[in-house]
Write a protein that binds this ligand. Structure first.
Ligand SMILES: Nc1ncnc2c1ncn2[C@@H]1O[C@H](COP(=O)(O)OP(=O)(O)O)[C@@H](O)[C@H]1O
Ligand SMILES: O=P(O)(O)OC[C@H](O)CO
Length: 498
């Protein structure tokens, strides 16, 4: 068999990518996904649209490349994490739209959990800070707000899943109700030490165990696709949250190796080996995918606004027409003219976790132009990543030797150079920047013996370009000091207003 098919169900699109044995992309199809905003701070997806679009792109890539299902050794799934679906086990129909990871509707309940003093317990068991970001409180909301849902759940009629489980259920025609360690670790219900659902947390959030999926490692033969979907059953053998899959696809499989994905937001993950750490710097501890017997862990810093700040330059300010134009506009000035932009459009994630922060631009003078604002916007992405990596190094007790990068904004050379300067370590961009899908393909391919071990997949990863730091340490210190002052000015803004 010649290929692995990776299904990448992201926040803004569903994609299917076909990889050959050399890890090269042999075909790709994608479909945009509708974003539903029923109220301020609420974000939903149509779960049936997620499944239908994912199935469409999988079939499209096979059709276009004229590939039979018998040529596919396995399917690997990777997905937007935390997004929550509740469905009827008998009909397979969702009871409600999926509640997306960005949705803030359960912030009040999270405040309550914090006030009740549960932060320490939750951090110790799950590695997470209490936040509406994670699935547990979203599931609780569904059980409490969809008519009859709680009663039906108690009778065992309902199934909960993150997007991986929802896809596995549909791909197997309802035979599999399964998730993997990495997705389970984003629910606030999963214990990192026992690698099992935690009864105490289920009690705290009032979640009946009957709705939960089985949990397995990320590189594992879960079952097979229903035979009518692709004309022949295909093993379903890899499954991981997208940021975990990217860490694996970047070959960050050894202690201290880190990657950052520059997409809508930024997600920095660092492999910390076999021992989970409780962060002192408000980072998350999560599972790192592995095909070894022992579980591995990672520290994560989630930054909510990164590439979307560039979209704001385009759609909000109208100073560029396409995201790619930001580089030439920013490069038309030698620096940001002491102008700092903090893109706290949806509050600040790691390491600040301030839902009440809002965006600011400081240092504007009569000479400030659109180019300075564009440059300050790009720089803000790198400053946020540097803050997270500092926190990681403090928590992990070690410095990173290099940062591996991927995601839509990693094509921006100016941003990558500034990132290397701020971190004072090389920034390395791989040849295949679809590392999320590649990671899912690796996990699936390793499980079915398409690749014969981690050494074989490590040889597939190749660097395209390395950005070496050139800025002096003194200048880095001064610039980062100014940035911190700007961050302070953004914090707590919303609270003062309302
Ligand atoms: N050349 C560029 N410079 C900076 N940002 C860019 C560039 N090209 C795309 N982007 C940003 O990258 C993001 C898209 O990246 P992608 O990895 O596809 O995101 P996601 O997976 O989160 O949907 C957009 O927010 C876009 O503004
Ligand atoms: O779909 P993406 O690439 O925006 O990633 C979303 C993250 O998994 C959310 O935690």
């Amino acid at each position: 068999m010649k290929y692995i098919l990776a299904l990448d169900q992201g926040t803004t699109s569903s994609r299917a990518i076909l990889f050959d044995r050399e890890g090269q992309i042999q075909g790709m199809a994608s479909q945009e996904l509708n974003q539903i905003y029923p109220k301020s701070g609420w974000v939903e997806h149509d779960a049936m649209e997620i499944w239908n679009s994912q199935l469409d792109v999988a079939r499209e890539v096979l059709r276009e490349k004229q590939i039979e299902a018998t040529d596919i050794a396995a399917i690997g799934i990777t997905n937007q994490r935390e997004t929550t679906v509740l469905w009827d086990r008998k009909t397979g129909q969702p009871l409600h739209n999926a509640i997306v990871w960005q949705d803030r509707r359960t912030a009040g309940f999270c405040d309550y959990l914090r006030q009740q003093g549960h932060a320490g317990l939750i951090a110790k068991k799950t590695g997470l800070v209490i936040d509406a970001y994670f699935s547990g409180t979203k599931l609780r909301w569904l059980l409490d707000n969809v008519p009859e849902a709680r009663k039906r759940a108690d009778r065992g009629e309902l199934a909960f899943g993150t997007i991986d489980s929802w896809l596995l259920w549909n791909l197997s025609d309802g035979r599999l109700h399964i998730t993997d360690f990495s997705n389970a670790a984003r629910t606030m219900l999963f214990n990192l030490e026992t690698l099992a659902w935690d009864d105490e947390l289920l009690g705290l959030l009032d979640i009946p165990a009957s709705v939960l999926p089985e949990v397995h490692p990320s590189s594992f033969v879960f079952g097979e696709s229903a035979s009518d979907l692709f004309g022949h059953p295909v093993p379903l053998a890899g499954c991981a949250g997208d940021q975990h899959a990217a860490l694996f696809g970047q070959n960050c499989t050894r202690h201290g190796m880190a990657k950052n994905t520059y997409g809508t937001g930024c997600f920095v993950l660092m492999n910390i080996g076999n021992e989970p750490i409780v962060s002192k710097c408000k980072l998350l501890t999560t599972i790192a995918c592995s095909n070894r017997d022992q579980p591995e862990f990672a520290l994560e810093g989630s930054i909510f606004t990164a590439g979307s700040a560039v979209q704001w330059l385009r759609d909000g300010l109208g100073i560029i027409e396409a995201s790619g134009e930001v580089q030439s506009l920013a490069a038309s000035v030698p620096d940001s003219g002491d102008c700092y932009l903090v893109p706290a459009f949806a509050g600040l994630g790691a390491p600040h976790w301030d839902p009440y922060a809002r965006g600011v631009i400081v240092g504007i003078s009569g000479g400030t132009t659109a180019a300075h604002v564009a440059r300050a916007t790009l720089e803000s992405i790198a400053f946020q990543v540097a803050d997270v990596l500092d926190a990681m190094c403090t928590d992990g007790g070690m410095a990173v030797k290099e940062l591996r990068v991927d995601g839509g904004a990693s094509v921006n050379d100016l941003l990558m150079q500034f990132q290397a300067d701020l971190l004072q370590v090389p920034v390395v961009r791989p040849r295949v920047v679809e590392t999320t899908s590649l990671g899912a393909a690796f996990l699936a391919g390793l499980a079915v013996g398409f690749w014969n071990g981690i050494d074989e997949v490590e040889r597939i990863w190749q660097s395209e370009r390395t950005f070496e730091p050139v800025m002096s340490q003194a200048e880095v210190g001064e610039r980062r000091g100014r940035w911190q002052e700007a961050v302070q000015r953004s914090m707590g803004w919303q609270k003062h207003e309302s």
